[in-house]
Design a protein around this ligand. Structure first.
Ligand code: NAD
Length: 246
């Protein structure tokens, strides 16, 4: 058991990577608060607390963390997995509303959850935060302008927190997934594109190892980074991407 009796908050828990991560963290002995817009498919147990929350809403986020602390008595870590895609769009056609929505979910929501969890982690003198960015912030793809910017913000913000919170024993790291086999992948295609064909011709082909990343690959990397095996790892960006970032 690599996360025995630790209390982790996982966002995006109903999504492709999130579901797998919830299961892996439970297998490793953690208590899990599973946050998403819709958590109807997640069954509440003694170890698993589903909470429906819009992570872009300050008051909802604050309320969720209070509920988690009231339920489990402490919070030892946070993994921000929630995010939204951007259909590939030429920059001159991106509306301010689209830009702000992507920044709000992908960059502002991690700010809100990180800010909220920090007092709990400081109180116990240790803790861990992992934020999911994307390999596309290292190797951008045409038309993903707002998405790539939002994920760049996640990395810079995480490294800023890593240096700020190191003195409190709090580690902050990033995982950069490559193209992953979840519903989200199809949502990066241009509005008029053949989604299945794009998955093969563009995404799979861009991975040197020749296959899409699976949600379990991401979940396993998160178990490692959240465990004591990574006790000396902070401020790092782990590419889990089949070599796409090379
Ligand atoms: N799938 C890929 O190819 C890929 C590649 C690189 C990075 N990523 C990143 O990995 C993470 C997980 O992606 P996934 O493939 O599992 O996607 P997914 O769409 O399956 O899951 C994302 C989850 O985030 C939730 N979410 C969105 N907005 C929210 C909000 N305002 N409040 C609460 N929850 C919200 C959704 O409801 C969904 O369940 C995302 O941050 C994504 O940007 C994905």
């Amino acid at each position: 058991m690599r996360l025995e009796n630790e209390v982790f908050v996982l966002t995006g828990a109903s999504g492709g990577m999130g579901r797998e991560t919830v299961n892996r963290f439970l297998e490793e002995g953690a208590f899990v608060a599973a946050l998403d817009l819709n958590v109807d498919s997640i069954e509440k147990t003694d170890r698993l607390l589903p909470i429906a929350v819009d992570l872009t809403k300050e008051e909802e986020v604050a309320k969720a963390f209070t509920e988690i602390n009231d339920t489990f008595g402490r919070i030892t870590g946070l993994v921000n997995i929630a995010g939204i895609a951007q259909p590939a769009t030429p920059i001159e056609e991106v509306t301010l509303k689209e830009w702000e929505k992507i920044m709000s979910v992908n960059a502002t929501a991690p700010f809100l959850t990180c800010r909220e969890v920090t007092p709990y982690l400081k109180k116990q003198g240790e803790g861990v935060i992992i934020n999911i960015s994307s390999i596309s912030m290292v190797r951008p793809r045409p038309g993903l302008n707002a998405y790539v910017a939002s994920k760049g913000a996640v990395v810079s913000f995480s490294q800023a927190l890593a240096i700020e919170l190191a003195q409190y024993g709090i580690r902050v790291n990033v995982v950069n997934p490559g193209p992953a086999d979840t519903n989200m992948l199809g949502q990066f295609s241009a509005k008029d594109a053949d989604i299945e064909a794009t998955k093969d011709t563009i995404f799979k082909k861009s991975v040197p190892l020749g296959k899409l990343v699976q949600p379990i690959d991401i979940a396993n990397s998160l178990v490692y980074l959240c465990s004591k095996e990574a006790a000396i790892v902070t401020g790092s960006v782990l590419n889990v991407d089949g070599g796409r970032g090379i």
